[in-house]
Design a protein around this ligand. Structure first.
Ligand code: MG
Length: 392
């Protein structure tokens, strides 16, 4: 049973990821709208068999961080020492590389079970290609039998006291060159068992790995939905209007409970419509004094967050302002920029348009402004399978 003993996890995230090309270390890069590190950590944080998650990293404040070391091995040891100094030492520890962002709960369960059964165990997958041993000259020296070759993955799982002792001895002996904890455990004389890994639990290493996985995740967001929104606010006394998050000097103001930003309200309603999750009034009741005079950008941040919580992405937002005045054309780019700032979307996915009603109706009589909007969002087909995050 995976819950009979205390298991902890160390996520190693202090690497520089030099092979992944320019930019931030790969574990902090975004993949399908979420950081690699958060993808790697979530299955451990959500696993019922795991009681503590330590992340050996460089000062990022996120769920019991531990300062990483100069090498991967030193980072792991820092994590082990942090657990050793904790109030209750775990029985079993799982050590996982943050660059393996697609670890599943099933692999984690197998790791806990294997460590409890054998004291030291690593996930492996068969080798599909023939492997050659190549000498310094570049000539093939040997062709090892594929039947005995395996690719080692993480999480590697160990009885806590045994791996802590092995790491301490390696440090005392000045050995800092082990590339995984299995190699260190083998050096320390432990017998390392194997269990079934998962080919999807691959390590993100090169820019090509990122491009391929980004494409795969994008294709998985196949539940494409469109929502529309409509909003009106009447003019009252005042000297400015809030329109699409931009303060526009004007000889009137909006009569509204919040700041009356019809553009942002229409966009929020479009997003909520695409999610089939009520409307702006049900999420932010005008009867609630909390929203009196509220800046509407927070409503949009909230709606964007709802999409993220569902594991989705916003593909496109469009808003059309219907008014005789103020003239929207000169304000278009600042409105697009402001919406981009609030939502985190690129400008190429935000359209702001304007029209008049040819002096007809309430907008034509300049009694107020109307706005329509549409939102296109992409969700995973299986919402529940991709739900993640949360805490224990
Ligand atoms: Mg409104």
């Amino acid at each position: 049973m995976t819950t009979s003993k205390r298991a902890a996890a160390i996520i190693v995230a202090a690497g520089r990821g030099l092979r992944a090309g320019a930019g931030a270390p790969k574990q902090y890069r975004s993949l399908g709208g979420r950081s690699v590190l958060s993808r790697a950590m979530a299955p451990f944080c959500n696993h019922e068999g795991i009681v503590a998650v330590h992340q050996a990293t460089e000062g990022l404040a996120y769920r019991a961080p531990v300062d990483g070391g100069a090498t991967r091995q030193a980072s792991v040891r820092a994590g082990l020492e942090a657990l050793a100094a904790g109030p209750e030492r775990p029985d079993v520890v799982l050590i996982h590389d943050a660059a393996r962002a697609f670890v599943t709960p099933a692999v984690i369960s197998r790791a806990i079970d294997a460590a409890q059964a054998s004291g030291a165990a690593i996930p492996v997958v068969p080798v599909a290609d023939t492997i050659k041993l190549v000498g310094e000259s570049g000539a093939v020296e040997a062709t090892p039998s594929r039947a005995h070759l395996r690719i080692a993955q993480t999480p590697q799982a160990f009885a806590f006291e045994a791996i802590l002792d092995a790491h301490r001895r390696a440090a005392q002996d000045g050995r800092d060159d082990f590339t995984d904890d299995s190699a260190l455990a083998e050096w320390a004389g432990l017998t390392v068992a194997t269990f079934e890994g998962d080919v999807a639990n691959m390590k993100l290493t090169t820019p090509e790995d990122f491009a391929r996985e980004e494409a795969r995740l994008g294709a998985a967001l196949g539940d494409i939905r469109t929502g529309t929104g409509y909003d009106v606010h009447a003019f009252g006394d005042g000297d400015h209007l809030m329109l699409c998050g931009v303060r526009v000097p004007f000889n009137r103001g909006f009569l509204a409970h919040s700041d009356g930003d019809v553009g942002l309200h229409a966009i929020v309603d479009a997003i909520l419509g695409a999610l089939a999750d009520g409307d702006i009034g049900s999420h932010f009741p005008p009867s609630d004094p909390k929203w009196k005079g509220a800046a509407s950008d927070q409503f949009l941040v909230y709606a964007v967050d709802l999409v993220k919580q569902r594991g989705g992405r916003i593909a496109h937002l469009e808003v059309t302002m219907i008014c005789e005045a103020p003239k929207i054309g000169p304000l278009r780019e600042s409105m697009r920029n402001r919406i981009a700032e609030i939502t985190g979307l690129p400008l190429s996915r935000i359209a702001v348009k304007a029209t008049t009603s040819e002096r007809l109706g309430f907008t034509g009589r300049q009694e107020g402004i109307a706005a329509t909007a549409s939102a296109t969002i992409r969700l995973p087909w299986d919402d529940n399978a991709l739900l993640s995050g949360g805490s224990k």
